[in-house]
Design a protein around this ligand. Structure first.
Ligand code: C2E
Ligand code: MG
Ligand code: MG
Length: 260
C-alpha cells in the first residue's frame, strides 16, 4: 500500500492550498490498483480499520515532512472509513498522530462520506463533536450521493462540503448542466460551509464553479494524484517562481534596465 496526494487549489490564485491522501495498492503483477477495487473488500473483511490507521499515520508524517521542507500547504486531508469512524480508539489515534507530528489540529482534515453521516445520528453527532473539540477540520465527502436530511445537515459540525464529481461532470462546455452543483454550493454557503468541487477536468467546469464561489477545486484539470516526492518537487518549483516574481517586483527599476 502507498499513498498518492492530490492537491486542492484556490481557484482565485490557482495555487494549491492542501492535499488529499489517496491510497493505492502496489500489486506485484498488476501495478498500482485503485482503491475503488479494494476499499469495499477491505471494509467487508475488517482490514480497513488497520489500513485506515496506517493511512492516517503516514499522511500526517508526510505533512510534518512538508512543514520541515518549507512546503506551503495548509492541511492534509485523509479519508475515514465507516469502520474506522466507529472504532472506539479512533479519537485517541487522531490525538496521538497530531501530537507525534507536532501538528496543529486544523492542519488535518478528515473526509467522511455522506453515507456515514446518515448512519446512527446520535453516535455520529457525538463522534463529530468530539473530533471538532480536538480542532481538526471535518469534511463531507461525495456530497449529493446520499440522502441527507436538510435539518440534520444543519446540526452537523463540519467545515467543508465536497460536491461529488458526478455533479461536476454534468457541467458542459457551454456552461449548462450545473444546476445541482450550483444549488449545493449555494446551500453550503448559506450554512457557512466551504465548498470543494471534486473531479474538475475542464476549463468550463472550473469557470462555472469559480462563478459559484467554490473555495477549492480538486481534479485532473489542475493536477492528478501524485507520489509525495513529485508533489513536493512541483510545489518547490512553484514557490521558487513566486520568490523570483516577488524579487522582480521590489527591484527599483524595470527588469529591462538591468544589463544582461
Ligand atoms: P474520494 O475520496 O472521493 O476521492 C476522489 C477520487 O476522485 C480519487 O479516486 C481521485 O483520484 C479521483 N479524481 C480526482 N480528480 C479527478 C478527476 O478530475 N477525474 C476523475 N475521473 N477522477 C478524479 P481514487 O484515488 O481512485 O479513490 C477512490 C475512492 O477511494 C476515494 O474517493 C475514497 O472514497 C476511497 N479512498 C481512497 N483512499 C482512501 C483511504 O485512505 N481510506 C479510505 N477509507 N478510503 C479511501
Ligand atoms: Mg475523499
Ligand atoms: Mg469524493
Amino acid at each position: 500500500m502507498l499513498l498518492h496526494y492530490q492537491p486542492q487549489y484556490d481557484p482565485t490564485t490557482n495555487l494549491p492550498r492542501g492535499a488529499e491522501a489517496l491510497i493505492r495498492w502496489n500489486h506485484p503483477k498488476n501495478g498500482l490498483v485503485s482503491p475503488g477495487y479494494f476499499i469495499s473488500l477491505a471494509e467487508e473483511t475488517g482490514l480497513i480499520a488497520e489500513i485506515g490507521r496506517i493511512v492516517l499515520i503516514e499522511a500526517c508524517a508526510q505533512y510534518r515532512t512538508w512543514l520541515n521542507q518549507g512546503i506551503s500547504l495548509d492541511y492534509v486531508a485523509v479519508n475515514v472509513s465507516v469502520k474506522q469512524f466507529y472504532h472506539p480508539d479512533f479519537l485517541k489515534s487522531v490525538e496521538t498522530v497530531l501530537s507525534d507530528n507536532a501538528m496543529q489540529p486544523h492542519c488535518l482534515e478528515l473526509e467522511i462520506t455522506e453515507s456515514v453521516m446518515m448512519d446512527d445520528a446520535k453516535v455520529v453527532l457525538d463522534v463529530l463533536h468530539k473530533l471538532k473539540q480536538l480542532g481538526v477540520q471535518l469534511s463531507i465527502d461525495d456530497f449529493g450521493t446520499g440522502y441527507s436530511s436538510m435539518s440534520y445537515l444543519e446540526q452537523l459540525p463540519f467545515d467543508t462540503l465536497k460536491i461529488d464529481m458526478s455533479f461536476v461532470r454534468k457541467i458542459q462546455d457551454d456552461g449548462s448542466g450545473g444546476t445541482i452543483a450550483a444549488t449545493i454550493a449555494a446551500m453550503a454557503h448559506a450554512l457557512n460551509k466551504k465548498i470543494v468541487a471534486e473531479g474538475v477536468e475542464t476549463q468550463a467546469q472550473l469557470d462555472f464553479l469559480r462563478n459559484q464561489n467554490c473555495e477549492l477545486i480538486q481534479g485532473y484539470f489542475y493536477c492528478r494524484p501524485l507520489p509525495a516526492e513529485e508533489l513536493t518537487r512541483m510545489i518547490q518549483e512553484l514557490q521558487a517562481k513566486q520568490e523570483i516574481q516577488k524579487e522582480v517586483k521590489i527591484l527599483p527599476f524595470p527588469l529591462t534596465q538591468y544589463p544582461g
